[in-house]
Design a binder for this molecule. Sequence first.
Ligand code: NAD
Ligand code: IPM
Ligand code: MN
Length: 347
Amino acid sequence: MADATVAVIGGDGIGPEVTEQAVKALRAGAERAGLGLDLVEVDLGAQRYLATGEVLPDSVEEELRGVDAILLGAIGAPEVPPGVLERGLLLRLRFAFDQYVNLRPITLLPGVTSPVRDLDPTDCDLVVVRENTEGLYAGAGGASHRGSAAETAVETSINTRHGVERVARFAAQVAETRAGRLTLCHKTNVLTHAGDLWQRTTEAVAHEAGVALDYAHVDALCLHLVQDPGRFDVVVTDNLFGDIITDLGAAVQGGLGFAASGNLNPDRTAPSMFEPVHGSAPDLAGTGRASPVAAVLSAAMLLDHLGQPEAAGAVQRAAASVVELLGPDQPSTQALGDRIAEAVASG
Ligand code: NAD
Ligand code: IPM
Ligand code: MN
């Protein structure tokens, strides 16, 4: 019997292409660690939806609930109306499995050129802890009078003490293992209801954990993230701010091709899900030009979650070993994946 079962959802666009490379690295990492892995491919995404109308059948959700972890590529396609797959599949899984932390490291790997001039890797090493089940993503709100002059649309941001406290606790724990510096990112000067709850809650949590807490409004944080990313160690923020600042962070670390993430259920009451920060990149799909590094680094996070830090480190180092090849004349996604998998085995 395998030691762990991992569900693999390639998804749409470049999702299957980069996931194939992540799977090769994952297998090589598991082999290195003597970890028996059972990989189960799960067919979800635009093709299944367009062929059958199914986004996420209940039976598939239950099958996924039984695995140890999920590796996901990307979801979303131009042929499918916006939100159908993003909400119906990706967000549904994050919510159903109570993956309340979206952990997104922003690390400039040595050898990668950041668009931020002269940025040294030692000055770009932070993690964003994004709340992943509430905020404007919760789906609260509604619309009326659609199509008329009186048309009204309301999106409501949900912020609960329970939700804020648990993600703040997780962030404080991460800060304890790092430089011990936690930054709350919000917009307390305008969003006074939610901002007050976030501020008081994170202050209490940081105080209890003995972690230093500072604060940045989200607009100013965007400025600092580009001008001086070294000022941040661990940033905790709400769902939408976290989504936006981590694409900016991805740019700072050299591009979305390097940005990994884990949707974590820290209580382990359901599986966690690992995926690159990027989407399905329809502009790149099928060209063989997508970087597999973000997906491979997400697989490394998965191995770490399965209790295999040594294998996770080997996969990380292998991914880092190919970054100098990336650029206008880079090898194909597949060739990069092969080199990474070889480096995991030999490195
Ligand atoms: P995107 O992240 O797919 O692409 C943004 C830009 O980054 C594009 O120019 C793309 O070519 C580039 N890029 C992305 N991944 C890359 C990689 N691995 N290597 C090199 N370049 C890469 O964002 P988008 O175009 O706004 O969204 C496309 C679709 O993906 C939409 O349907 C969106 O809803 C969905 N999406 C899904 C996820 C997810 O599954 N987690 C995340 C973001 C967007
Ligand atoms: C991400 C994506 C998703 C999000 C979308 C596709 C639902 O942008 O993972 O960053 O907004 O969380
Ligand atoms: Mn995003």
